[in-house]
Design a protein around this ligand. Structure first.
Ligand SMILES: *[C@@H]1O[C@H](CO)[C@@H](O)[C@H](O)[C@H]1NC(C)=O
Length: 126
C-alpha cells in the first residue's frame, strides 16, 4: 500500500469516527416508548377517574391521541384531555355505562409511535 492510500484510508476512518461522534452528541433518534397505562381499579358508575399515559423515552416533541374502542376521542364537555411534554391525562368526570370499554393512548413523534390499551371495567358489570 502506498503512503498516499494509507493517508487516504486514515482520513476516511477519521471522518467516519467524527460522524459517529456527532450522532452520539446529537442524541439517539428514538420513537416514543410508553409506560404501562394506569387506570384506577374498582370503578363504579358515577365515579370520576383519570387515565394516565406517560412516555418512558423517545425524542420530543411527542403528540398524544386517545381512542375509546378504537374510535378517536377528543376534548369535550364530558372528557378533558390534558397534555404535558411527556404525557397525557384523560379525565372522565362521571363514568357512565357507555364509558366502559378499551381506552388506547397513542404517542407519536417523527420517528414512530407507540400505543397502550387498557380496559375501564366497572365493578359488578362485565
Ligand atoms: C376490549 O379488548 C378486549 C381484548 O382485546 C376485547 O376482548 C373486548 O371485546 C374489547 N372491548 C370492546 C368494548 O371493544
Amino acid at each position: 500500500m502506498s503512503m498516499d492510500s494509507k493517508r487516504c484510508l486514515a482520513t476516511l476512518f477519521g471522518m467516519m469516527y467524527v460522524v459517529l461522534l456527532l450522532q452520539k452528541v446529537s442524541g439517539e433518534q428514538e420513537p416514543p416508548v410508553l409506560n404501562p397505562m394506569f387506570i384506577p381499579p374498582n370503578l363504579a358508575i358515577g365515579d370520576m377517574t383519570e387515565l394516565s399515559c406517560t412516555i418512558k423515552r423517545g425524542n420530543l416533541p411527542i403528540t398524544f391521541k386517545w381512542y375509546h374502542n378504537n374510535h378517536p376521542v377528543s376534548d369535550t364537555q364530558k372528557y378533558k384531555i390534558t397534555n404535558s411534554k411527556i404525557g397525557s391525562q384523560f379525565l372522565i368526570e362521571k363514568i357512565m355505562a357507555s364509558d366502559i370499554g378499551n381506552y388506547t393512548c397513542k404517542a407519536s413523534n417523527v420517528y414512530g409511535e407507540d400505543s397502550k390499551t387498557e380496559s375501564v371495567i366497572i365493578e359488578g358489570k362485565v
